[in-house]
Design a binder for this molecule. Structure first.
Ligand code: FAD
Ligand code: SF4
Length: 491
């Protein structure tokens, strides 16, 4: 700890964002380049070195937060990078995208404002790339063992990087045309520019990881054949089966799942042409309340939608921690994402584009196309429409962002490998990430259900340790989480 009074004297400061009217004209990240540079040392110095750092255990990766805060405050960036990369394969992704449960658990946050842990992480990560600290780490010796990883999201990539560095010849199979999972085709460029992903993939290639795109395992390539060709198989296929909204009118044209819409938008930004479904000139209604819905808001704005509204069935969360969500849990509070900030600032009438406690009753159409959404107030508890509260709002494009029910079934993986499902419909695994089929392991959202990037990376690291042990009888690889670990909650 550099300045023991920094937490008293330095107020918490955030990264500066680009002005809303400027940033909605392009797809570049919303934050101003290099915005952290002038402030970050002072922010890291706010860390109190509190003795029992709850931040560290609230991070699924077990990031060594107080250690790198101290190093950043002392301007020791190379050492900070080494400590950060010791626990996190991809801090340039988490530093941008993690909801930062660590900050909710920061001891300073008990009665003051938390250290800006995520921003410190990001600045270390970006500076590591710029300064050339983040070099490829090819293995010194090959083990002679081979591993196939199916799925190239953060879980698959973290597993592959760990296994390659441990000397196992690892190949990642991805059904899509590009590597990255939801980092590539879910999260828009304005939150993660894709050259950052390409740079990491290039590093992995240099280390020896092999990539095969355009291969849907279970369809184009039988999963049991793949298992027979490799010494171990890791399934990191995500949980992308979208939840449905079974209300009258769902069949109308102009109603799409968010994950039919967002990937096309990302492809258009990548120069693939399109998108086939665009919000341009349309009155857009987004049904749902999470990250995916917020990403639809920001994407529709950049496509020049004429109007955007979002319906969230949950009541508006409180501004501050509710009593039932005490420190150090990550509380459900009212948050204004960058996309919501943009929608508020650009709307004809000021105000939040979100309607809370709003349930969709039916869709109305003309000529087979959606023209309106009938909504009602959701009763607290069972969320049924409250009688007498129905009203109709115009809509030319409806995007359903209701979350995901688990991994997509029907891909052939379950049948061909003889896998089981857990009660929630995820791929079943034991305490060592192993399925009942010899040499087949499961990591990330596919086993955990819809979650977060930080959990996916943590699972990727842990499954790599489990596979290493399976192949060699022991392992020195870290295993930050068990399959049953969950975020801290209050019962
Ligand atoms: C729009 C959106 C925004 C999000 N925003 C955030 C955020 O801001 N912060 C955060 O922490 N989390 C966010 N999440 C959640 C986060 O992206 C996921 O939890 C994370 O990507 C899960 O990683 P994964 O590797 O398990 O799976 P995924 O990222 O889903 O990757 C799975 C991969 O497997 C491939 N695949 C599937 N089946 C096969 C097959 N049979 N053969 C070959 N390949 C296959 C898929 O094509 C995909 O590329 C967001 C999710 C969405 C949808
Ligand atoms: S990965 Fe997320 S939880 Fe962990 S230190 Fe970074 S921001 Fe915090």
């Amino acid at each position: 700890m550099g300045d023991p009074k920094a937490f008293l004297n330095n107020p918490r400061r955030h990264r500066a964002r680009r002005a809303v009217p400027e940033r909605v004209q392009d797809w570049a990240e919303v934050y101003r380049e290099r915005a952290l540079l002038p402030i970050i040392g002072g922010q890291a110095a706010r860390c109190m070195d509190c003795g029992i750092p709850f931040c560290h255990s609230a991070c699924p990766l077990g990031n060594l937060i107080p250690e790198w805060n101290t190093l950043v405050a002392a301007d020791e960036w190379h050492a900070a990078s080494a400590r950060l990369h010791a626990t996190n394969n991809f801090p340039e992704f988490t530093g941008r995208l993690c909801p930062a449960p660590c900050e909710s658990a920061c001891v300073l946050a008990i009665d003051s404002e938390a250290v800006t842990i995520k921003n410190v992480e990001l600045e270390i990560a970006d500076r590591a790339w710029e300064s050339g600290y983040e070099q490829p780490q090819p293995p010194e010796r090959l083990s002679g063992c081979t591993v196939a990883v199916v799925g190239s999201g953060p879980a698959g990539l973290a597993a592959a990087q760990q296994l390659t560095r441990a000397g196992h010849t690892t190949t990642v199979y991805e059904r899509s045309d590009r590597i990255g999972g939801l980092l590539r085709y879910g999260i828009p460029d304005f939150r993660l520019e894709k050259h950052r992903l390409d740079r990491r993939i290039e590093q992995m290639r240099t280390e020896g990881t092999r990539f095969r795109t355009g291969v849907a395992v279970g369809r184009e390539l039988r999963a049991d054949d793949l298992r027979a060709r490799y010494d171990a198989l890791v399934l990191a296929v995500g949980a992308t089966a979208s939840r449905e909204l079974a209300v009258p009118g769902r069949e109308l044209a102009g109603i799409h799942q968010a994950m039919e819409y967002l990937p096309q938008a990302n492809r258009a930004v990548a120069g693939d042409g399109g998108p086939a479904v665009s919000a341009e000139g349309r009155r857009v209604v987004i049904v749902g309340g999470g990250d995916t819905a917020a990403d639809c808001v920001g994407t529709a704005l950049r496509q020049h939608a004429s109007e955007i509204r979002q319906l969230d069935i949950n009541p508006r969360p409180p501004e501050l921690r509710a009593e039932g969500q005490p420190w150090p849990v990550h509380p459900k509070v009212y948050r204004v994402t960058t996309s919501h900030e943009e929608a508020q600032e650009l709307a004809a009438e000021p105000g939040d584009p979100r309607e809370f406690a709003a349930t969709t009753v039916r869709f109305e159409g003309a000529g087979g196309r959606v023209r309106a959404v009938c909504l009602a107030e959701a009763e607290p508890g069972d969320r049924r429409p409250r009688p007498g509260t129905e009203r109709v709002i115009a809509a030319d494009l409806v995007l359903l962002a209701l979350g995901f029910s688990g991994p997509e079934h029907g891909s052939g993986l379950v049948d061909q490998l003889g896998l089981g499902l857990d009660p929630a419909g995820n791929l079943a695994r034991d305490g060592a990430f192993a399925t009942g089929t010899d040499g087949v392991f499961v990591a990330g959202d596919a086993g955990r259900g819809q979650s977060l990037i930080v959990w996916a990376i943590a699972e990727g690291r842990s499954v790599a340790a489990a596979v290493d042990r399976y192949l060699t009888g022991s392992t020195a690889l870290p295993a930050p989480v068990a399959p049953t670990d969950r975020p801290l909650t209050v019962q």
